[in-house]
Design a protein around this ligand. Sequence first.
Ligand code: CA
Length: 367
Amino acid sequence: MKRREFLKKAGAGTAAAVAATAIQAPAVIAKKSYRWRMVTTWPPKLPVLQTGADRFAKRVEEMSDGRLKIEVYAGGELVPPFGSFDAVSNGTVQVGSSASYYWAGKEPASQWFCAVPFGLNAQGMYAWMHSGNGLKLWEEAYAPFNLVPRPGGSTGVQMGGWFNRKINTIDDYKGLKMRIPGLGGKVVAKAGGTVVLTPGGEIFTNLERGVIDATEWVGPMHDLRMGFYQAAKYYYYPGWHEPGSVLEYFFNKKAYDSLPADLKHIIDAACFESEVWILTQFDGFNGAALQTLITKHKVEVIKFPDAVLNKLRQFAEEVREEEAAKSPMAKKVNEDFKKFQKVVGTWGSISEKAYYNDIVKKYSLKS
Ligand code: CA
């Protein structure tokens, strides 16, 4: 009896030791490390956008216990700012950080995944991505380029821009030279404006010298940093052209697919975290920056007249259909987006809108 018990214990012990070895051994073998590079379209140290990309890389490294390290290069450091799409697509680097409306020339559908004039706000875009077909369609649109896209944040509603002319009627857009990218630029062109695409670093000088009459950029936090209040008189809202611009991370498909499942989950989780973090930075800091612009720099903040917004909305709908006709993918995305916006907009009219209407009674801007 004693001997049997002894043998049983010894056997169990040996078996446990063997099991422990078996558990540990493959774990050691499986710990393959990866070294990736990321290129962005943002200037070095640009708050929230470039610093958000740096933060993303750091989080992936921490969460993976150093198994996936991503070295981040700002726009121009490794490839030109707008060369990131190709660099990731052809596998020169593994990751990109940008805004998908810059890739309209590659696939017109790309524009819908970033900003649609009079389209969805940040909350709506996130809902379309994760509870609707948004991300699925985005993956389909990027697949021919060997890319896997992920939303990585949102600016929230942007500002309408800085103007040296007042916009009282839609005719005031005629001959207006404005820096405004994406579908919004096409709307301004339809209204009779001249759209100028100026790199970020040259906007201030062009505005100050009268090369352009107006520019949009992001929101109060970034606009304050650019010093536009020193070069333009009027600060218009709302940013009808970019109601909730979504920022993106995109991965070379071969590199992404080569990762083990846990590292893929870490990447996806870090993208989700980045979505939340970036939106909270914009929401948290834009308000304070707006106060500084109004009280310290005496900026005149003006709402676009309703009649102007109504006309711009009509042009925006025309532009949307014209762009959608440019590729089968854009047509498919536009149809899905419209359907989703209708459903979300209807719900929003009695939820977010109703609530906002109520709270703005107390907090509306008095400038
Ligand atoms: Ca913008």
